[in-house]
Ligand binder design. Sequence first.
Ligand code: ZN
Length: 319
Amino acid sequence: MLETTTIGSFPKPDYIKKARGQFARGEISREALKELEKKATEEVIRTQEKLGLDILVDGEIYRGDMTTYFAELMEGLEISGLVRSYGNRYYRKPVVSGPVKRRGPMTVDWFLYAQGLTKKPVKGMFTGPYTMTDWSFNEHYPTRRDLVLDFAHQLHEEALDLEKAGAQYIQIDEPAISTRPDEIDLAIEGLQIVTEGLRAKTITHICYGDFEKVYPRILDLPVDQIALEMSNSGYDLLRLIEKHPFTKELGLGALDVHSHVIETKEKVKEGIKQALEVIPPERIVVNPDCGLKTRTPEEAIEKLKVMVEAVGEVRAELN
Ligand SMILES: [Zn+2]
């Protein structure tokens, strides 16, 4: 009960930021960059083991951002903007210019590499069809629905490949869901295709708040667990859950990833206890609100340390 995990991204160390810049300017090879990304991925795995997290992630060190990474690996997509800029915060949107299609597995090699470094389970993870659509310019498909469904079929193949590679957990990130409540049906339809027939535990992560407009409808998302940003809104969603029971596992966001401030253990414990008033401990997984990539490596570790300690104390109190 009260297993601990993270949402997916870890801060990129300075040597990775530097190497991405060098690669973008043609100063180092793709292989040289990849070697450094493997080194950083191993460091992320060791950090998580040392912290005592239960379910690990690969840290997404190899991704620029969560949509362009996939757009660059698929047919039918281009990237907007004139300057190819890796490793900074500048946002370039994918442009859909033809039928979207995987050229092959997009995350499986990284999953296998990360899982090969540890005995603990590592989550397989990728960006979901609704978010891929919402964060792209569509210049090809007649409707957004057509694009969501095509992305969904391609991402279903990715999920099957991850499962074949041994992933026990498959997380499909859909942060865009809560920003367009009128399209929740479409998001559900897309995820239905992605998760069809999977045996792995399925998770979706949603952030950016405004859950009042999509709750309880998000409970119809065809996944086992929903990981939600909660601490930075003062756990408001728990009041909604009081009125309408949460029927899935909850990934309880218990660290504000947008703040430099390191939470106190008491504050994290308080959040977990509030959640325990409405959901039993075997259906709560504790994680940060969102990915940790915007924090410094030191802040990320400090925050996670507090989270793991807080969970340990709450577990002890429950026993
Ligand atoms: Zn998020």
